[in-house]
Design a protein around this ligand. Structure first.
Ligand SMILES: Cc1cc2nc3c(=O)[nH]c(=O)nc-3n(C[C@H](O)[C@H](O)[C@H](O)COP(=O)(O)O)c2cc1C
Length: 328
């Protein structure tokens, strides 16, 4: 694979993706506004929603609407569901289809205590037969591409991604995404490309590798060392919705010209405006205090910007602050 461009189209259960790069589910971030910017400025093959609680979807909680919102302007969107109840997951899969999902993923990697306490997320990896039952229930409720997103294992004592992947594929999962860390590890831990490769060798379905992919070199490393069919990218898109444009250009052997500072500022303001449409102006401004830290990560003087971000109350405040700091 070394030398050639590892990025190209891929077809999974009749769904053809323009390329084999996927945006990772990011709770608190990968809602419609974030994805619209990723589509417009980056161009992955697939985008994912935030993780959505299958139980809440089944209960019809109105506050789920902001997680379920998608737009016709988007390319293929994968809805990520979390839960441990087959009926709830089957129900939520049907709702996802009604809402326009082109693919559905079962979260088997979340390390958050609340999720694990519900028997879900990375806790599921401790019980591969349960993962099988959940996938079977989802498979029975919809004829669209299904995946599971797993870690290399639920803990350092149990590194069993290959086994979980085999069970999931045996019950009808069409592809597998592996984050190359176990669920007890922080993001500082190195990615275990060898463990991802074991999954690739264990199943016939495509495997996407995830973890620390942020540019052409790290994407190539994932493809070369893990032998995956695709790569999933998370944190590199935070504050940089153009990350996929960079990865594609660099994997094709070209150079990538990053946006100018005013261009970055415009992206942040656009992000705000899209958020305001979805969740209202007050919450959009509050969310931009977090987002601003990501959008300003690459430039000197960011600290002053971040300090003043907390004082923004209105769109006008934010626009003024951006104009002041995001200058050539
Ligand atoms: C803020 C944040 C939120 C996340 N939310 C989810 C989620 O909802 N579902 C999920 O499967 N993984 C979630 N993850 C994990 C990412 O999808 C991804 O597996 C991880 O960040 C490693 O990829 P990266 O190095 O490209 O960021 C989240 C990660 C971060 C940093």
């Amino acid at each position: 694979m070394s030398g050639g461009n590892p990025v190209g189209p891929i077809a999974i259960r009749g769904l053809t993706l323009a390329n084999n790069l996927a945006q990772a589910p990011l709770a608190g971030y990968s809602s419609l506004p974030f994805r619209l910017l990723v589509w417009r400025m980056g161009g992955p093959g697939l985008c994912a929603t935030e993780m959505i609680a299958a139980n809440s979807v089944r209960q019809g909680s109105p506050n789920q609407e902001r997680y379920l919102a998608i737009s016709p302007e988007e390319g293929p969107v994968q809805f990520q569901l979390w839960g441990a109840n087959p009926e709830a997951l089957a129900f939520a899969t049907r709702v996802a289809v009604e809402r326009g999902a082109r693919a559905v993923d079962l979260n088997c990697g979340c390390p958050v205590r609340k999720v694990r306490a519900a028997g879900a997320g990375s806790k599921l990896m401790e019980d591969p037969p349960l993962v099988g039952r959940l996938v079977r229930a989802m498979r029975g409720s919809a004829d669209l591409p299904l995946s599971v997103k797993i870690r290399i294992g639920p803990s350092p004592r149990l590194i069993n991604a290959a086994e979980v992947a085999r069970v999931a594929a045996g019950e009808g999962a069409d592809w597998i995404t592996v984050h190359g860390r176990h669920a007890g590890e922080s993001y500082a831990a190195p990615i275990r490309y060898d463990e991802i490769r074991k999954v690739v060798e264990a199943v016939k379905v495509p495997v996407f590798g995830n973890g620390d992919v942020r540019d052409g070199a790290t994407a190539r490393k994932m493809f070369d060392q893990a032998g995956v069919a695709g790569a999933m990218v998370g944190r590199a898109c935070l504050g940089a919705p153009w990350a996929f444009a960079r990865i594609k250009a660099e994997c094709a052997g070209g150079a990538y010209a990053p946006p100018t500072l005013p261009g970055i500022g415009r992206a942040l303001l656009e992000h705000h405006d899209l958020l305001a449409e979805l969740i209202g102006g007050d919450r959009a401004i509050r969310h931009c205090r977090k987002l601003g830290a990501f959008y300003s990560k690459a430039f000197a003087g960011a600290r002053g910007f971040r300090g003043k971000l907390d004082l923004c109350r209105t769109r006008g405040d934010l626009a003024g602050l951006i104009a002041e700091h995001f200058r050539d």
